[in-house]
Design a protein around this ligand. Structure first.
Ligand code: AMP
Ligand code: MG
Length: 418
């Protein structure tokens, strides 16, 4: 069922142009209408070594205290704190040294008033001792240690459970795991975690003029920008990019590739109204073409629908349009399936415009901008083909449908490319 806000897509618009265009909001509403409120993929178990950047699928409660024993936090001497009272460089107080305690094994003897044990960071505190006097505040004289400073009870001792208590919720479902999470979870003795399965995104690059990555452009051929760019975008959003050979502008080849085993298909190129633009009509014939033609610039020819239960996003071949259409639409679906927040993964700042930012009423504009001296400067190249406009940019400004243009001085929201 198409979303009510969506105009039904015209079945074949080739060489006729778009007569109507869906709004950006309607396209986003269609995506959300195809997703459940929480629509992440099922969980899978992975090694901690593979878990960084993945989304945790269940809460992790610590089965243990970390540390599990009181331990020295400094190299020095395990002492009874009261024995150091009044000790200073001027009045060193002698303590008998019973031996040395190293990390891993407990010291056999107990410490009592008048004696101490040499101890290294990480070693278990011997029974009887309640503080560590750092080595810098001591001097060794034969088999006696001279205390030259005072410590209070508990000083330089790590208490059991000080880092993590047994029963603590250490990582919550939905968390995108950071390297330090992996380290902490390993300290609990875990070696596997359940994480949300990554959505598989088939990247389908079409165009007879395209040469594969790694081939220098020659003559009338250009080298694929969109394939590697989309793979990076998919990975950023928690998906698993699946790349393949470039597909010619051929109906059977495109249809076969759209039917690859994947959760989402990203079709780059051939999505507009040219005679070689086959993907929209194929989708309309064999599946559902829910949206085709969107009131935005760039990325106006973008489209989307479903085929055999999987999402298909039609991304224009012009690289900036491709980036823009991915960011507005495909990325949203990938993030949702990956268990991440649907909204843009960009940080935004509000700054005044250094010069006018032009747009027209009736479409959303995605304007690449640079930030200089705390002001926002539009990047001159405005079309969808020059990808360097996006590499020179610090971010982009979305100019809403009903806004003609922003005069110089207007405070605008800039979404920063990460
Ligand atoms: P299309 O969307 O197929 O009409 O292509 C629009 C423009 O983008 C044409 O100039 C294509 O040559 C170019 N183009 C298409 N696909 C790619 C790609 N993967 N990388 C770089 N440029 C592309
Ligand atoms: Mg083409």
């Amino acid at each position: 069922m198409p979303h009510p806000a969506v105009q039904p897509a015209v079945a074949d618009v080739r060489m006729r142009g778009f007569t109507t265009r869906a709004t950006v909001d309607a396209a986003i509403a269609w995506i959300d209408s195809t997703l459940l409120p929480v629509h992440e993929l099922p969980a899978e178990t992975v090694s901690l070594l593979q878990a960084a950047g993945r989304v945790l699928a269940s809460n992790v409660v610590s089965p243990v205290d970390v540390p599990g024993f009181p331990r020295a936090m400094m190299d020095g001497y395990a002492v009874v704190a009261g024995d150091t009272r009044g000790a200073s460089v001027q009045t060193p107080l002698p303590l008998a040294v019973l031996g040395t305690c190293l990390p891993s094994a407990a010291f056999a003897q107990a410490v009592s008033a008048g004696n101490c044990v040499k101890i290294m960071t990480g070693a278990p505190l011997p029974t009887g001792a309640n503080a560590v006097l750092p080595v810098e505040q001591t001097r060794l004289e034969g088999d006696r240690m001279l205390a030259m400073g005072q410590v209070a009870p508990g000083k330089h001792v790590g208490k059991p459970g000080e880092d993590v208590h047994a029963g603590d919720l250490v990582a919550q479902l939905g968390r995108v795991l950071r390297p330090q999470d992996i380290g902490l979870l390993s300290s609990l003795g875990l070696n596997e975690l359940t994480v949300v399965r990554r959505p598989r995104a088939r990247i389908l690059i079409t165009g007879n003029e395209l040469l594969p990555m790694g081939t220098p452009p020659t003559g009338t051929r250009i080298t694929d920008s969109n394939g590697p760019m989309l793979a990076a975008l998919v990975a950023r959003d928690g998906g698993e990019p699946i790349s393949g050979p470039i597909v010619p502008d051929d109906r059977d080849a495109i249809l076969a590739a759209m039917r690859d085993d994947a959760d989402i298909v990203l079709v780059s190129g051939g999505s507009s109204v040219g005679q070689e633009d086959h993907a929209p009509t194929l989708l309309a014939q064999h599946g559902e073409l829910a949206i085709h033609g969107i009131a935005m610039r760039p990325a106006g020819p973008a489209g989307m629908g479903k085929l055999d239960g999987r999402w298909v996003f039609l991304l224009p071949g012009n690289p900036v349009s491709c980036l823009c259409a991915y960011d507005f639409f495909a990325g949203r679906a990938i993030r949702a399936l990956a268990g991440r927040p649907r909204k843009w993964p960009y940080e935004c700042v509000r700054l005044p415009l250094a010069s006018k930012l032009a747009s027209v009423v009736g479409r959303v504009d995605y304007a690449r901008v640079a930030i200089r001296n705390h002001t926002v400067e539009p990047i001159a190249m405005s079309g969808g083909s020059a990808l360097s406009s996006a590499t020179k940019a610090d971010g982009f400004v979305v100019i809403p449908m009903d806004t003609e243009s922003y005069p110089a001085g207007t405070e605008v929201e800039v979404c920063l490319f990460g």
